[in-house]
Ligand binder design. Structure first.
Ligand code: PEP
Ligand code: MN
Length: 339
């Protein structure tokens, strides 16, 4: 971190500032140019609040030199991370996977949808047993029974499960059922007790970007999980809230190459929640594949008008068949060496 000081900073003021920084256990390096004085902060800068430093009278501006996401960032880990999701399914570093299934686990119908998405080429099964609904009166999910139904359907097809966990107290129920990938939803992207708790396991995590989360906030959320010891984090762009009202969210596809640039972690894109309407899911699934996503998460339902949640954005199995064919064609172009 460096602090660029105002032109009129006196020797005494600079001395006071460096003493303040040094009292926090960091070393300082002062460089005096003709027009400005720059103070370099050397050591563990996490002890310094950059906004507090910038608020000081003699400080013009503060700039970070290295990123704060040490474990999620590429700087100390240049190679792409490949996350092993079990059942022979790897994600990241050239391994591309499609996660598909209904928004909610609704009962026995799950197995029927699972067979169709598997036949179409999906390699991981999704379905929510715990649903984060905006209204407390809306359907909240089947809970543990939903996890059991997921387990049965996935075992029949030899597929890993991706399902949302909302409460740190539920971790054991997920571990007991050998859930392969814990999904942290957009609404929990900064639920730090939850992130820390799943960081203590070694179960892969699909970490979604918060509804109004920046790329940096997503990476710092990943850092919460990784700093507890769990390296198996998959990042997920699922759209952010903007002023646009024609879609449920605004799909920030920039985030895919940006995250690849900043981080070694795999990046999955979710065109279902990003757009909110069935008619837009296919085109944006293809766009995300073309942008270099390591995987997609897509909601599929065989009777969308009667779905218990998110029917408006579900693809039918027939639509999913067609989208999968096109995804394979795009993959052959963007990653010919692994397609
Ligand atoms: C979901 O995957 O069904 C879900 C609730 O997603 P998000 O957290 O992205 O809204
Ligand atoms: Mn959903």
């Amino acid at each position: 971190m460096i602090a660029i000081l105002k032109k009129n900073a006196s020797e005494t003021e600079v001395g006071r500032l460096t003493a303040w920084i040094e009292r926090k256990g960091l070393a300082t390096h002062v460089s005096r140019g003709e027009n400005e004085v720059i103070v370099g902060l050397v050591g563990d800068t996490s002890k310094i609040d950059p906004f507090l430093l910038e608020s000081m009278d003699i400080v013009e501006r503060v700039q970070r030199v290295s990123e704060p996401f040490k474990k999620a960032g590429r700087a100390f880990h240049p190679a792409d991370t490949v996350v092993d999701c079990g059942h022979g399914v790897k994600l990241g570093g050239g391994y591309f996977q499609v996660i598909a299934g209904p928004c909610s686990v609704e009962g026995e119908g799950l197995a029927r949808i699972a067979r169709r998405v598997r036949a179409a080429g999906a390699t991981m099964l999704r379905g929510g047993a715990y649903k984060p609904r905006t209204s407390p009166y809306a359907y909240q999910g089947m809970g543990e029974r939903g996890l059991d139904l997921l387990r049965e359907a996935a075992d029949e097809l030899d597929m890993p499960i991706v399902t949302e966990i909302m409460d740190p107290r539920d971790v054991q129920a997920f571990l007991d059922r050998r859930i392969e990938v814990l999904q942290v939803g957009a609404r929990n992207a900064q639920n730090f007790p939850l992130l820390k708790e799943i960081g203590k396991t070694d179960v892969p995590v699909l970490l979604k970007r918060g509804m109004a989360g920046t790329v940096d906030e997503l990476l710092m959320a990943a850092e919460y999980i990784m700093s507890e010891g769990n390296p198996n984090v998959i990042l997920c762009e699922r759209g952010i809230r903007t002023y646009e009202t024609r879609t449920r969210n605004t799909f920030d596809l920039n985030a895919v190459p940006v995250l690849h640039h900043l981080s070694h972690l795999p990046v999955v894109a979710d065109p279902s929640h990003a757009t909110g309407y069935t008619r837009y899911v296919g085109p944006m699934a293809l766009a995300a594949t073309a942008a270099g996503a390591d995987g997609l998460e897509i909601e599929v339902h065989d009777d969308p008008t009667h779905a218990w949640s998110d029917g408006a954005q579900a693809l039918t199995p027939d639509m999913f068949d067609q989208v999968m064919e096109r995804i394979r064609a795009i993959r052959a172009v963007v990653a010919p060496e692994v397609a």
